[in-house]
Design a protein around this ligand. Structure first.
Ligand code: GDP
Ligand code: IMO
Ligand code: MG
Length: 431
């Protein structure tokens, strides 16, 4: 089965990095197709932790081609720092390929992101302030600078000049910042281009060649369905499309190249930044989950908001992505919480019941979740390696997720380590 998309089904940080790392063992290529260094994907190997922001989570396998696709927005300074950091740890990064068509995050994008949030004040989105939104905005406005522009000093300077001009007004508070000097910026980005040149490639073609040869290509999503620009909790979303359909656009492959879509889902829910979260727990259970699940952002270190698993939202993500499998992570974190609750419907402020994810923003902001209760379990499950080593209550909890979505669970995470995983019977040949 050559084309497999792996995406987040909630508000991010579901453990996509870990699932990609596991599947990458039998893949030829791992491709990031959207987002930028707002992502933080963690892999724990032999007790050693790796955090990836731009580089695909397959890089730890020697020789695995890792692609940053055209749909990603790339801060070259961050990418170079990530490459250098991995090299220092002895990781061979020579198989990284960077799309010539990917857009670059420029210093003014980061400044605009920060300024935009400050302007919104109490209405802020809580972005990662990495310049993601302004960079995608320039891409759509056809004022973007692309990776390939780094290879031509004249074109680069011209494009920066054109892009910078309309920003001067918006960035008045930063007017004297040397980072906004055209000459200095052009020189800085030419240096980055020089460093990145060996990695720059026609990455769509690389994907086609691997797929045509029947090799497995993993498409690694960043962020998640409910942060999707079109389908998420707008405007409290990111500026790209993290759903599976975007893998085709962001990597340059066709829909029929995709054979499977795996949705990664935490056994509970978390969210970083502002926006509606109907099953949020603002009590000691939420604090306990945050504490035990180490729910602090990989990228910004912010506290993650925690809550119960939300089946209404998960069913929505299931359909948006047409999931073929689920990977449930962090089941271990729920040990000792009894009873457990799963949100099965929302109730609007005027009493209306919503079995489906409501399209109207005002409803979502005021709706509260209604729950089904399930018995919890006391046992530590972090050593379980097969379903039958799980307590019956944990198996029932997983069955409730699978039955509630109609999607088989292929993997269950019981700890951050690479080996702390259960391949279920549903995973079939892959188990
Ligand atoms: P991503 O952005 O979706 O890749 O997820 P993050 O890496 O931001 O956050 C997931 C966190 O949970 C990381 O610290 C992982 O090491 C950790 N993790 C992943 N799977 C499991 C699991 O099954 N159990 C526990 N306890 N931690 C996990
Ligand atoms: P991974 O890939 C969790 C959130 C931010 C903010 C909103 C918009 O690790 O799951 P942005 O900087 O993208 O304009 O911020 O999206 N956000 C994430 N939350 N995990 C992520 O990535 C996220 N990337 C962005 O907190 O609410
Ligand atoms: Mg993350």
């Amino acid at each position: 089965m050559p084309g497999i998309v792996i995406i987040g089904t909630q508000w991010g940080d579901e453990g996509k990095g870990k699932v990609v790392d596991l599947l990458a063992e039998s893949a030829e290529m791992v491709v990031r197709f959207q987002g930028g260094n707002n992502a933080g994907h963690t892999i724990v190997r032999d007790g050693e932790e790796f955090k990836f922001h731009l580089i695909p989570s397959g890089i730890l396998y020697p020789g695995r081609t890792c692609v940053i696709g055209n749909g990603v927005v790339v801060d070259p300074k961050v990418l170079i720092a990530e490459l250098d950091g991995l090299r220092r740890r002895g990781v061979d990064v020579s198989a990284l390929r960077l799309s010539a068509n990917a857009h670059l995050i420029m210093p003014y994008h980061v400044m605009l992101d920060t300024a935009g949030e400050a302007k919104l004040g109490k209405l802020e989105i809580g972005t990662t302030k990495r310049g993601i939104g302004p960079c995608y905005a320039d891409k759509s406005a056809r004022l973007g600078i692309r990776v390939q522009d780094l290879l031509d000093p004249k074109i680069l300077r011209k494009k920066i000049m054109a892009a910078l001009e309309p920003k001067q007004q918006l960035l008045r508070p930063f007017a004297r910042d040397p980072k906004l000097d055209l000459h200095a910026m052009t020189e800085e980005y030419l240096r980055y281009g020089h460093r990145l040149e060996p990695h720059i490639a026609d990455t769509s073609r690389l994907c086609w060649e691997a797929l045509d040869a029947g090799r497995t290509v993993l498409f690694e999503g960043a962020q998640a369905a409910l942060l999707d620009l079109d389908h998420g909790t707008y405007p409290f979303v990111t500026s790209s499309n993290p759903i599976a359909g975007a893998a085709c656009v962001g990597a340059g492959v066709g829909p029929t190249d995709i054979d499977e879509v795996w949705g990664v889902c935490k056994a509970y829910t978390t969210r970083v930044g502002a926006g509606p979260f109907p099953s949020e727990l603002d009590d000691e259970v939420g604090a306990m989950i945050r504490d035990r699940g180490h729910e602090f952002g990989t990228t910004t270190g912010r506290e993650r908001r925690c809550g119960w698993l939300d089946l209404v939202a998960l069913r929505y993500a299931t359909r948006l992505n047409r999931l073929s499998a689920l990977a449930i992570t962090k089941l271990d974190v729920l040990s000792g919480i009894d009873p457990l609750r799963i949100a099965v419907r929302y109730r609007g402020s005027e009493g209306a019941v919503f079995d489906d994810f409501p399209y109207h923003q005002s409803i979502l902001h005021t709706a509260s979740a209604e729950y089904e209760e399930l018995p919890g379990w006391e046992e530590d499950v972090s050593e379980a390696r097969s379903e039958d080593e799980l307590p019956p209550e944990a198996r029932d909890y997983l069955a409730a997720i699978s039955d509630g979505t109609g999607v088989p669970i292929n993997l269950v995470g019981v700890g951050p380590g690479r080996e702390q995983v259960i391949a279920t019977a549903a995973a079939g040949v892959r188990a």
